[in-house]
Design a protein around this ligand. Structure first.
Ligand SMILES: Nc1ncnc2c1ncn2[C@@H]1O[C@H](COP(=O)(O)OP(=O)(O)OP(=O)(O)O)[C@@H](O)[C@H]1O
Ligand SMILES: [Mg+2]
Length: 227
């Protein structure tokens, strides 16, 4: 029970919390990640299967840190060290990697090919530039960077190109943006590509639309951690 004695009373309380939501509010460097990784370790020690545990965070660096900390705890544990080779770690990644994972596994229900490529910000900007040009629009009047920003903001609010086009009516700017955006999405399909925003948007749409897939992941990941 060594890992529990390293914690202060509040951290220990959070680690021992088992079912239902728990929110930790604490300042920078006060031991939030330590608490979270200790809880993951604690759950595994108590017999929860690692594949039932999910941990997500925003940056690659933070995800790596979580993985390493949990791995070290498991490796140094007398019970788990023996089986360290075959012992699965929980799924610990960034939000975007989680999106990629879900889309690779279940994206076919949204007609997403299993082997898609991911366009970074520059890659997606190139496509938008090409679309603006192909539509004979003046890039000074419709700056691709601004089009990209607006599309990205909309996608973050779970708005699709079709939703946007349906609402654009006959307003000048929204109508043009809708035609750029629709052409952009068409080009992504052609290239079997997704942009960064799709890695969040598509899994959300998938889970909203398909109750069976939703319950599959709800059953799979019974303990979810967000750092
Ligand atoms: N109860 C504790 N006793 C001793 N050291 C601790 C304790 N809790 C955390 N630490 C140490 O303090 C440091 C910061 O902890 P941690 O990285 O978990 O904090 P954090 O709140 O996640 O920080 P950040 O805000 O940077 O993400 C680490 O080196 C950790 O091992
Ligand atoms: Mg942290």
């Amino acid at each position: 029970m060594d890992y529990l004695s390293e914690l202060n009373p509040e951290q220990k309380e959070a680690v021992l919390h088992k079912d239902g939501p728990l929110l930790i509010i604490a300042g920078a460097g006060t031991g939030k990640t330590k608490t979270l990784t200790s809880r993951i370790f604690h759950l595994i020690k108590k017999g929860v299967a690692p594949e039932n545990i999910l941990a997500i965070t925003f940056t690659n660096k933070a995800a790596k840190e979580m993985r390493e900390r949990v791995h070290t705890m498991l490796k140094n544990d007398p019970v788990f060290k023996l089986s360290s080779s075959g012992f699965g770690l929980p799924f610990m990644s960034t939000f975007h990697s989680l999106g990629v994972h879900i889309l690779k596994e279940s994206g076919k229900h949204l007609n997403i090919p299993r082997h898609f490529t991911i366009l970074d910000k520059d890659g997606s900007l190139s496509v938008i530039k090409a679309v603006v040009k192909a539509q004979g629009l003046d890039p000074k009047q419709f700056p691709p960077e601004r089009m990209q920003w607006t599309i990205s903001r909309q996608k973050a609010d779970l708005v699709t190109a079709q939703d946007y086009a349906d609402k654009a009516g006959n307003q000048y700017f929204p109508q043009i943006l809708a035609s750029i955006w629709l052409a952009y999405e068409k080009e992504l399909v052609k290239q079997k590509a997704l942009d960064f925003d799709d890695l969040i948007l598509k899994p959300v749409l998938l889970l909203k639309k398909h109750a069976n897939i939703r319950s599959y992941y709800q059953n799979k990941w019974r303990y979810i951690h967000i750092d």
